[in-house]
Design a protein around this ligand. Structure first.
Ligand code: ACO
Length: 327
């Protein structure tokens, strides 16, 4: 069977750094509270009003092409994972395809809240495995600052902006994406959602006045289930692939809360030096957290390393992917 391999990784981060100190001047919070409850110290914000998710995704895509030394026209498919598309439609993937000069390339978006990237990666891998597609770009990008209420201390301290991208190609050996397990449970949808702007509550002067276009979250109930489900699925991935904690080179967890990540690593029996953690610098960038981790740790990865990627997000959605690193 053809396996999909990640053959290059890239990222884009906006320059502006929003620190906990600055947030102290905006809402009733403290650096101590944010750090101890979430592990976050600062996050990046894309402040340009005329730039959004497609811009960051495009920057990540351009550097990916350069790194792999291929032309945009060689791409068969672009999948953008995002909860903050530039528009309801067209898809952000279409905008990126045009911006990088990929011609009539096929592309679409995938949305599964904080699990968007892992859902998109599994989707892209399946196209490679089919044998029909040779180069699939999977981008995770979010301008979370566009849907965050900076008067709501429950949410504004947690999120940041950013983008990361990977290229999928057919593996030439035993490495690549080995296994994947995804879940969702819509009964938890009201614990973390954006109330207005969809077809149920279209945008009106009232929805804007009621601040219903921002992220609404019952943090505690999300935390309670996230801490169990992310660890459950990571453990399941190890068990069904007969991986011991020594076999796992890296845990690549979604960066929503350091305490959720610690609990997952603990359940897997993995020491902290094998956990990719950059939440302190970027916060929760939603669809971008996992490719941003891969990008930052790329130089430390070795061919054949076993990586477990795992996530939990609104929906609820969660899942894990087992990758044998290819380069
Ligand atoms: N600064 C100071 N106090 C705060 C802040 C803040 N920024 N935010 C909340 N508080 C207060 C609360 O109002 C509450 O006060 P009260 O007891 O007087 O009511 C108190 O702090 C404790 O709040 P908790 O909710 O119990 O704090 P907790 O320890 O649960 O941490 C957090 C909150 C960080 C939000 C945590 O619950 C969490 O990480 N939840 C999960 C988030 C997540 O995983 N999201 C999924 C991915 S996101 C996606 O899919 C888009």
């Amino acid at each position: 069977m053809i396996k999909a391999a990640i053959t290059a990784v890239s990222a884009y981060l906006p320059e502006y750094v929003l620190t906990n100190k600055e947030l102290e001047t905006m809402v009733d919070t403290t650096d101590e509270w944010i750090t101890s409850r979430s592990g976050i110290k600062e996050r990046r914000i894309l402040r340009d009003k005329d730039k959004a998710t497609a811009f960051m995704a495009t920057e990540a895509a351009k550097s990916l092409l350069k790194k792999r030394n291929i032309a945009a026209t060689e791409l068969d498919l672009i999948i953008v994972a995002t909860v903050t598309p530039d528009y309801q439609y067209p898809a952000t993937a279409n905008i990126v395809g045009d911006a990088i000069g990929a011609g009539d390339v096929w592309g679409f978006d995938v949305q599964a809240a904080c699990s968007s990237f892992i859902y998109a990666l599994e989707t892209g891998a399946r196209y490679i495995e089919s044998g029909r597609y040779k180069k699939v770009m999977v981008i995770g990008a979010d301008k979370m600052s566009s849907i965050i209420d900076y008067t709501d201390r429950n949410t504004c301290v947690l999120f940041g902006d950013g983008a990361g991208a990977v290229l999928l190609e057919p593996s030439t050996d035993e490495t690549g994406i080995i296994d994947c397990k995804m879940y969702s449970d819509g009964s938890g949808r009201k614990s973390l959602f954006q109330k207005a702007g969809g077809s149920l509550h279209p945008s009106t002067a009232e929805t804007v006045a009621n601040r219903e276009h921002f992220v609404t979250m019952d943090g505690q109930s999300v935390f309670k289930i996230a801490v169990i489900k992310m660890a459950d699925v990571a453990e399941e991935m190890m068990q069904r692939n007969k991986l011991s904690s020594e076999d796992v080179a890296w845990l690549v967890p979604h960066q929503a809360n350091k305490r959720i990540i610690d609990a997952t690593a603990h359940r897997m029996g993995i020491s902290t030096d094998k956990v990719m953690l950059n939440i302190q610098r970027y916060g929760n960038t939603t669809s971008a957290t996992l490719p941003l981790c891969l990008y930052e740790w790329e130089s430390q990865l070795k061919k054949g390393d076993n990586l477990i990627l795992t996530t939990f997000g609104a929906g609820f959605t969660w899942g894990a992917i087992y990758i044998k690193w290819s380069y």
